[in-house]
Design a protein around this ligand. Structure first.
Ligand code: DX5
Ligand code: ZN
Length: 228
């Protein structure tokens, strides 16, 4: 059920895309070399911003065959997991901080046949997810405080990434970083142990003509070879 890829995985976040043309944006970034498409779902409660729900994920699904990497910044998450699965999510990440029954949420995601991800905020220690390691296919380490694109990478998260890398040694678990990732700093996250890289502003800022070049630059910064 896992879809691990050799080399860095680049997951552009459509939070930084043109919301008036999301279908075209997803198509363009897929053709430009994205490995996954990162979809940020915010509820105005768990995070101080609101984005979109399962209907938008469903509407975007025909525009790309790439892995839909759905990042739920919502609380509660459980009532919506089936809807996101049915909408076409391939991986669904829930926050460890988002509720008292996170183990149940991860069980539900796997029961729905999707890759289960656990996300953690910069203020949360790596140890918070240790009891959940058997339940996850993906760990999403927030490298900014979730809620908005365009923030600066928080360096203390490198230690969290390294701890999670050690914790997941020998297991088929992706370690994904999210927030403030650029071609310049992505190498630090890769060196700490991340293999999947979300990038919003660093991909979308500047428009579609530069998507391929900017994805390639992030891939190269993460230590990957540039292939199209
Ligand atoms: C933040 C989101 C991120 C965000 C990343 O709450 O989870 O996925 O879109 O955007 P950049 O790359 O601009 O920091
Ligand atoms: Zn995200």
């Amino acid at each position: 059920m896992t879809t691990r890829t050799a080399g860095p995985i680049i997951s552009p976040s459509i939070l930084a895309a043109d919301f008036a043309a999301l279908g075209e944006e997803v198509r363009a970034v897929s053709e430009a070399g994205a490995d996954w498409i990162h979809l940020d779902v915010m509820d105005g409660h768990f995070v101080p911003n609101i984005t979109f729900g399962p209907d938008v994920v469903k509407a975007l699904r025909p525009h790309s065959a790439k892995v839909f990497d759905v990042h739920l910044m919502i609380a509660p998450a459980d009532p919506y997991l089936a809807a996101f699965a049915e909408a076409g999510a391939d991986a669904i990440s829930v926050h460890v901080e988002a509720g008292p029954h996170i183990h149940r949420s991860l069980q539900t995601i796997r029961t729905l046949g999707k890759r289960a991800g656990i996300a953690l905020n910069p203020g949360t220690p790596a140890s918070a997810i240790e009891p959940l390691i058997d339940m996850v296919d993906l760990v999403l380490v927030m490298t900014v405080n979730p809620g908005f694109g365009g923030q600066s990478f928080i360096p203390s998260t490198l230690e969290t990434i390294a701890r999670i890398k050690a914790m997941t040694a020998g297991r088929d678990i992706d370690i994904e970083v999210d927030g403030g990732i650029t071609p310049e700093n992505v190498g630090l996250a890769a060196a700490a142990g991340a293999n999947a890289f979300v990038a919003g502003s660093a991909v979308f800022k500047g428009g579609p003509a530069g998507y391929a070049e900017r994805i390639a630059a992030i891939r190269a910064g993460a230590g990957g070879t540039v292939a199209c």
